[in-house]
Ligand binder design. Structure first.
Ligand SMILES: CC(C)(COP(=O)(O)OP(=O)(O)OC[C@H]1O[C@@H](n2cnc3c(N)ncnc32)[C@H](O)[C@@H]1OP(=O)(O)O)[C@@H](O)C(=O)NCCC(=O)NCCS
Length: 371
């Protein structure tokens, strides 16, 4: 991950309007994503709105009720998100758009969705927005299947004892291990991580504050690991056992968080039957060269029946990991069967792989897979 470094970027279309606009380096360089921050609106708010909003956005903005602060932050959020989309498409698709060619309106849950005259099929970014104290941040990701979320919070406002409501006792234990001078900032990063994940799921924090659980923390890397629990898991069963990595960074008076979760990995998650089919096919390929004439069956035993040697088992395990792009504790499995001096059936190997890809046996695989 990049160390945080704010970089003032040039934008001929909107430079005249806003005093401070930055790219936020919260995500790893490998992500096809752009995160932009806009600090403050110009004095001429209406002409600024006219210059960046589409007709439908303008209608929505004008129909917004409530305090001006809310309308202002909505506009600021559009500016940041449109900046992010424009920079993203310039960078990765060589497409140069003006802000009014990009339309960002909320879906039924409030999640911002991108369309617009400049957005081509297949190049539809996923966006996320946050605002706080006159600063907005927009995240745009060039993968229509990705889950993307962003958040920011000001560090200048001291908040008393929100941890007891915001965090589960396990999360508070993680916080308790942090050096006292960093604890307040990391509590805020944890909060921001939850909000970013909630936005990435498209439901905000509606599953409850404890349904998004911080389970891992890497202070040096600025990373937090979040797992779904309870109501969130009921709604997104395909994320059971998945650790969602949230990137966080502090810049002066703000903490930022961002997550990009590639759903492709979830979609590829196989059923137990698919794992078995793959293993039978792989085994068939391997034993072809060994003059093994019987059909390979789920009950077939690797060592005594199919003639595997230790190194063959290691080669097979490596192939399985590469095929599913997931490390699994094969070394422990092989050590265990060695110690017990027993054999391993293809069926048992299937269960092992299934458990490590999909969670404990007995769950409903059909519903856990993304359709
Ligand atoms: C979405 C949510 C996390 C936003 O948190 P917040 O601190 O109020 O505001 P932020 O500045 O961080 O984010 C606001 C942006 O989130 C985005 N957002 C709102 N609902 C969203 C959703 N369901 N999914 C993804 N993004 C969402 C919007 O872009 C919004 O900005 P905009 O309306 O100006 O475009 C929060 O409002 C929420 O959880 N709402 C669900 C309802 C709920 O249960 N609230 C109780 C939480 S204690």
């Amino acid at each position: 991950m990049n160390a945080f470094g704010s970089m003032l970027y040039d934008s001929s279309v909107m430079r005249a309007y806003t005093p401070a606009r930055y790219a936020v380096d919260v995500l790893p360089e490998s992500a096809r994503a752009v995160c932009c921050r806009v600090d403050g609106l110009p004095a001429e708010i209406n002409s600024f709105a006219d210059s960046i909003l589409t007709a439908a956005e303008r209608d929505y903005w004008q129909s917004m009720r409530g305090v001006d602060k809310r309308r202002h932050e909505w506009l600021l959020g559009r500016a940041a998100a449109k900046d992010a989309v424009r920079l993203l498409l310039e960078q990765y698709a060589d497409l140069w758009l003006s802000p009014d060619q990009i339309e960002i309106l909320p879906d039924a849950y409030g999640c911002p969705r991108v369309s617009g005259t400049g957005i081509r099929a297949g190049l539809q970014p996923v966006v996320s927005i946050a605002h706080s104290h006159g600063v907005a941040v927009g995240l745009a990701v060039l993968d229509p299947g990705a889950l993307a979320g962003v958040d920011l919070e000001g560090t200048f406002r001291h908040r008393e004892n929100y941890e007891s409501i915001a965090f589960h006792p396990d999360e508070r234990r993680i916080l308790a291990d942090i050096a006292p001078d960093l604890a307040e900032e990391w509590a805020l990063r944890m909060w921001c991580a939850k909000e970013a994940v909630g936005k990435a799921l498209g439901r905000g924090l509606s599953h409850g504050l404890l349904a998004l659980r911080i389970t891992h923390m890497d202070i040096a890397g600025g990373l937090l690991g979040v797992e779904l629990r309870d109501a969130a898991l009921d709604q997104f069963p395909e994320l059971r056992g998945k650790l969602l990595t949230v990137y966080t960074v502090r810049e002066s008076d703000f903490v930022f968080s961002a997550i990009i979760y590639q759903q492709g990995a979830v979609r590829m998650r196989p059923s137990r039957q698919e794992i078995l089919d793959y293993l039978l096919q792989k085994m068939g390929e391997l034993t072809q060269d060994w003059d093994y004439t019987e059909p390979v069956r789920p009950e077939s035993l690797l060592f005594s029946e199919l003639g595997f040697e230790s190194l063959d088992a290691v080669v097979l395990c490596t192939a399985i990991q590469e095929h599913y792009q997931t490390p699994m504790p094969f070394a422990e499995l092989l050590a265990e069967i060695g110690q017990q001096q027993r054999d391993l059936s293809i069926d048992e190997l299937t269960t092992f792989v299934d458990t490590h890809l999909n969670g404990p046996a007995g769950s409903d695989h059909a519903t856990r897979r993304l359709q």
